[in-house]
Write a protein that binds this ligand. Sequence first.
Ligand code: ZN
Length: 432
Amino acid sequence: MSEWSEQALQTNREMLSAWQLERLCAMLSEVLPRNRFYRRKLGSMVRPRSLAELYAWPFTTKQELLADQQQHPPYGSNLTYPVSRYVRVHQTSGSTAQPLRWLDTPENWEWLMHCWRWIYRIVGLRAVDRLFFPFSFGPFLGFWAAWDAAARSGWFVLPGGGMSSVARLRTIVEHRITVLFCTPTYALHLLEVAQREGISLNDSAVRFLIVAGEPGGSVPHLRNRIEQGWRARVFDHTGMTEIGALGIECPENPGGVHLLETECLAEVIDPETGQHVPAGVEGELVLTNLGRWGSPLIRYRTGDRVVVDPQPCPCGRVWLRLRGGILGRLDDLIVVRGAKIYPSALDEVLRRFPELVEYRVTWRNDRGTESFVIEVEPSTPDLAQGPAAQRWAERISQEIKSVFLVRPTIQVVSPGALPRYELKARRWRTQT
Ligand SMILES: [Zn+2]
């Protein structure tokens, strides 16, 4: 980045666009002659002379990638180099479809390290910070690159796989951990366990939680509970196995995620027409990554619902700011008796009840007869029985009706009755 100043790439849109176009062209001249998937798809396209020209090219979809991997097992044909050049493989968590496998070369991995170094600079990590990853690392990308980037840059890093939540809490206190990486749900769960087990977090040194994997990091009620419980700042992070770690919440303007636009091209489209929508209007996020040349994605429809904040950000960065982070997934939409409900929107409403610790939704459509049941778990047993439980259920039911215009059946369950999640939470069961 020698002739490009990092400062200018964050604050000058014209310079940023020139940088993006230069990197895009460099990537395309490496990828297009070698990569079978993109040669088939874009073979007739020439190098774009402007970003606007690229925006007329076809999208890449997840269905396409999955079909390609089935046709060319096990890794598909979106590979710029021979398989022997690749040193890492990850896969998506498969919450909506069969898992997608993703190979990386050492250079790809370096680029992911580079993205995380950006994130650490933006968040303001200091040399004395001590990082803890309280979950078991799996085959998906989630925080692997965060870990590796931190370890290589000389931070103290501690893996928390195979430990109970109690053991993790003691680890946080004893090792004077300052930064936690987890899902928002698990950050809340640790607070709940600390309270139950009488582990005081007053002495904890945690000052940041970098959360990802679910939309909760930018849901106001949820993040407030995490920040108050931990007495620490939450940073929402967005990333995907197949595209990389490309978003981090603005340190000066909470409640919105900046995209690392030096490392990607971002578009927001109307999912029906494929046309760009203006800032302030909800649409689907489309990304092109600029540094993962071994397994690139060009105009990838992420399936994530986002709104770009039309206001300039007080931090001075011109990078797109996604208001409220990732709002949810397009394919999560459930239509209950004609009302459209996104799980993340329902989550936001349920989190308005601070005494609710966990919930589970079951939606069934049995030959046209729909049932919509929400099991809710209170923090204290007195809310779980008798008239108090009935009143609480009624308040929750009313609140949901006022927002979505449909009334669910609310079932209050005893504290501890519902499952807890260390990784991506699975709170919805749908049966048709
Ligand atoms: Zn900002």
